[in-house]
Design a binder for this molecule. Structure first.
Ligand code: SF4
Ligand code: FES
Length: 251
């Protein structure tokens, strides 16, 4: 297969970027999207040109590092899945493919397709942890947790922190990400001692980092590679309202 690529090239954070055209030829349909970019970079290096900078690590949908917008869609056209799980057979031969970084004000572009997503780390640092000593792994039945809560906590914990939800949201909101992190701890007994302070601090940092608010467009849920449900945003709102009320009456 042959493809015409339009790739965002940007020297650094300060320099304006632009889309540059490239052609890649004789690509197997079973080549992954990131392997196709590797082939492009090998060709560029052979021609003495600068390779395209892009992030990846696990290349199997686990780490959340690969953050590309492909033809206007965060993680590309094969939902649910991260862009590292996308294969070239998903495109037609001779297609033009536009590749850009995630466009979110809180994720500055560092170079080409590489963005700084440390704003998400700072939200987690504000409260996405428990500070009680939990010791070694307990016997499974020693802390009774309703099956529904255990399943929901596991669903929320699947968030890989990629930031696609913020990239797809017209408001640049990170509420799906924050709701997953808040919910997975709020649903488990180990997360209860810091439950109120956690949601208040994480939402405060989320706002301070410049992420927008949720207006229920559900774009986040549509692109999430691990299918985090937008219903967790409703849980985040309930956790937040409850914490604010309890603090206001001095509980
Ligand atoms: S909620 Fe989904 S889209 Fe958002 S950061 Fe987590 S895994 Fe990525
Ligand atoms: S490289 Fe790890 S999720 Fe894509």
């Amino acid at each position: 297969m042959n493809f015409h690529l339009r790739i965002w090239r940007q020297k650094d954070r300060q320099t304006p970027g632009k889309l540059i055209d490239y052609d890649v030829r004789d690509i197997s349909p079973n080549t992954s999207f990131l392997e196709m970019l590797d082939i492009l970079n090998e060709n560029l290096l052979q021609r003495g040109e600068e390779p395209v900078a892009f992030d990846s690590d696990c290349r199997e949908g686990i780490c959340g590092t690969c953050c590309l917008t492909v033809n206007g869609e965060a993680h590309g056209p094969d939902h649910p899945g991260a862009v590292c799980e996308l294969y070239m057979r998903k495109f037609r031969d001779r297609a033009t493919i536009t590749i850009e970084p995630f466009r979110v004000g809180a994720f500055p572009i560092l170079k080409d397709l590489v963005i700084d997503r440390s704003a998400l780390d700072r939200i987690v640092q504000a409260g996405g942890f428990i500070s009680a000593r939990s010791g070694s792994a307990p016997e499974a039945n020693s802390i009774p947790i309703p099956k529904r809560d255990a399943d929901l906590a596991m669903e929320a914990a699947a968030c890989i922190g990629c930031g696609a939800c913020a990239a797809a949201c017209p408001n640049g909101s990170a509420m799906l990400f924050t709701s997953a992190k808040v919910s997975h701890l709020a649903l488990l007994p180990q997360g209860h001692p810091e439950r109120e302070g956690r949601v208040l601090k994480m939402v405060e940092v989320m706002d301070a980092e410049g992420f927008g608010n949720c207006t229920n467009t559900y774009e986040c849920e549509a692109v999430c590679p691990v299918e985090i449900s937008a219903s967790f945003i409703a849980k985040l709102n309930r956790e937040y309202a409850s914490a604010r009320f309890r603090r206001s009456v001095g509980e």
